[in-house]
Every structure is written in C-alpha cells, then in structure tokens.
Design a protein around this ligand. Structure first.
Ligand code: NAD
Length: 318
C-alpha cells in the first residue's frame, strides 16, 4: 500500500486550460497540501503559480503552490498529466497521436527517473490511448495508472438524467463506458433512478421516453464538440472531474468512478485501457467493476475497445 502522508503532494504537468482549471478547483476544494506546476513554457508555470498563490488569502486552503522541476516528482503522491499539443490544420488524428506520444516520452522518462512511486492521472486526449502509453513508458503497475476516461461523460449523463427526471443527479446511477470519444455509449440496461431501472420506468410509461434517452445519449456524446464550437475548448468540467478522482485517491475512498483503466480479463478484454466503473482508492484502481451488459451493449463495448486497440497498434516505435 502506498503510504498515507500528511503532505498530499500533486505534481501537475501541463499548465494550459485543463491543467489550470484542475489546479484552481484543487485550491478551492483544499484537495491537496502541495502543488507543483511544470510546463514546457516555464514562464507560464511560474506566472500561474503566482496567480494561484495570490488567491490563497481568500481561500480556506494552506496549499503550498510553486513552479518546479521533474525532480519534484520524487516525493509526489500523484503526477497529473494535462500536457499536449493541439491538432494542426490538416493534420490527421494519427499524426496528432504520434506527436502527443513524443510529448509523453519527454515527460514520463524524467518523472520515473526522479524515483516517483505514486499514481499517474492522465487527462490528455485521446485519453485512453495516452493513459496506456503512460503505463507502457513508465512500466508501472497498471492499477496505478488512471485516465479520466468517461468520468466527465458520466457526470454529463447524470446531470441530464437528473434534469429529465427532476431528481438529484447524485441519485441517478448510470454510466458512460468505453472510449472517451465517438464509440462511447450509455449502458442503459444498468441505469437506475435510486434502485429502479430506468428502462423499467420507461416501459411503464409506454416506452415514450426511449427517444428522450437516445437524445440524452447523443447530447452526452457530442457535448465536447458543442462546447468547443461555442468557446474553443472545454476545461472546467474536466478540471472538477480530475479533482474528484484526486480526492478519491487521497481519501482512500473506494469510490466508484468511470476512469480509464487497463482491462485484464474484465469484459473479455486484455491490455486495452477504456472507461469503466472502477473502485478507486489510495492505490489507484482497486478493482474494475464488471457490469451485466446486455448482448447489444457487450458488442458495442467490444467494438469500442477494438477502436482503441487499433489506434494503439498504429503508433510508431512504442
Ligand atoms: P492547452 O494547449 O491549453 O495546454 C497544453 C499545455 O501543455 C500547454 O501549456 C503546453 O505548453 C504544455 N505542453 C506541451 N508540450 C509539453 C511538454 N513536452 N512538456 C510539458 N508541457 C507541455 O490545452 P488544454 O486545453 O489544457 O488541453 C490539454 C489536454 O487535455 C488536451 O489533450 C485536451 O484534448 C485534453 N482534454 C481532455 C479532456 C478529457 O475528458 N479527458 C477534456 C478536455 C480536454
């Protein structure tokens, strides 16, 4: 078991919009004691640390925040990676993936060389592949390498279901699983309002809500595109999802979160990283929860994993 420390230390690599939304949410939720910021753009990391520190006087937190170096990872509990390059006009998805792999090569090497022995949390897209790359390059136990997976998609789903049924989203138990991307889907057969299956509620109402459920699935799947169209990037929601995962780790909560985890036989998959409900605690993923998917959902999940496996195999020199 990774020792419980009284100095919860996070090193954040990549101080762009996502990284800093995470950092800002960490500060507001007092979710760690020490935060070190690293970016290729050192000036930016320095400026961001200054800006956050000036907010300390207005927060209930005593966080130590500074810009740092990879050597700082030696004593970190969690290394969070939000670094990445944006897609250039005309660039293929695969070219982008290859460039982000190079970015990760320049990050994971120095992190592991520092002697880091904690948990990796990855948000960079395509997140399932980048998490798998982190696992491969670090040689870490896969249970200590997590991606944000479909945590945000699941939060979006629960919010929309809460609105639809006029029920607190925290009482809507439903998961988006698979790739964080086009092939993700809602496991409706397992979706519950408290302990009542949503499909059963739907059936009782003469199935008139089936179309609405389809619309909700589609809204979840395309939410990122809609936000990007409106404001160029998404960052607050993912920042808060990452803090939720961070709290589950530091608090050894054993909370169920749909993170990207390596499947080792669960759902009939081996080696692929995908968004699935996992029990998350101090050591990362304690257990991947197998859901009782319908035959149709199992096939969707298999196809989603196949997409991820193919993308990973296309990578050069890994
Ligand atoms: P951004 O461009 O604002 O920030 C990226 C940062 O990475 C920059 O500050 C850049 O200097 C830094 N960087 C680049 N190469 C680096 C290197 N080699 N070493 C250290 N730092 C390096 O981008 P963003 O909006 O913050 O998005 C970051 C990533 O998060 C993207 O891949 C994006 O697609 C992803 N994202 C994921 C989710 C999710 O649900 N997982 C949601 C939103 C965004």
């Amino acid at each position: 078991m990774i020792p419980v420390t009284d100095n919860r230390k996070v090193v954040l690599i990549g101080t762009g919009m996502v990284g800093m939304s995470y950092a800002y949410a960490l500060l507001n939720q007092n979710a760690c004691d020490e935060l070190v910021l690293i970016d290729l753009d050192k000036e930016r990391a320095r400026g961001e640390a200054m800006d956050l520190n000036h907010g300390l006087a207005f927060s209930g937190s005593h966080m130590k925040i500074r810009a740092g170096e990879y050597a700082d990872c030696a004593t970190a509990d969690i290394v969070v990676i939000c670094a990445g390059v944006a897609q250039k006009p005309g660039e293929s998805r695969l070219d982008l993936l290859n460039r982000n792999t190079e970015v990760f090569r320049s990050i994971i090497g120095p992190v592991t060389e520092s002697g880091f022995n904690g948990i990796f949390l990855v948000a960079t897209n395509p997140v399932d592949i980048m998490t798998r790359i982190t696992c491969t390059l670090s040689g870490f136990n896969p249970r200590r390498v997590l991606g944000t997976g479909t945590a945000l998609d699941t939060a979006r789903l629960r919010y929309l279901l809460g609105e639809y049924f006029s029920v607190d989203p925290r009482n809507m138990h439903a998961y988006v699983i698979g790739e964080h991307g086009d092939s993700e889907f809602v496991a409706w057969s397992q979706a519950m309002l408290a302990t009542r299956p949503i499909l059963e509620i739907c059936e009782e109402s003469g199935n008139c809500c089936r179309e609405d459920l389809d619309r909700i699935s589609e809204e979840v799947r395309t939410a990122a595109q809609q936000i990007i169209k409106a404001k160029r990037a998404t960052y607050y929601g993912i920042g808060m999802a990452m803090v939720r995962i961070t709290r589950a780790i530091f608090g050894n909560e054993s909370s169920v979160l749909t993170v990207s985890a390596m499947l080792r036989g669960e759902y009939g998959q081996h080696g692929v990283f995908a968004g699935v409900p996992c029990i998350v605690g101090r050591n990362g993923v304690r257990k991947v929860l197998p859901l009782n998917l319908s035959a149709e959902e199992s096939e969707k999940f298999r196809l989603s994993c196949e997409t991820l496996e193919n993308s990973y195999r296309e990578l050069e020199n890994l």
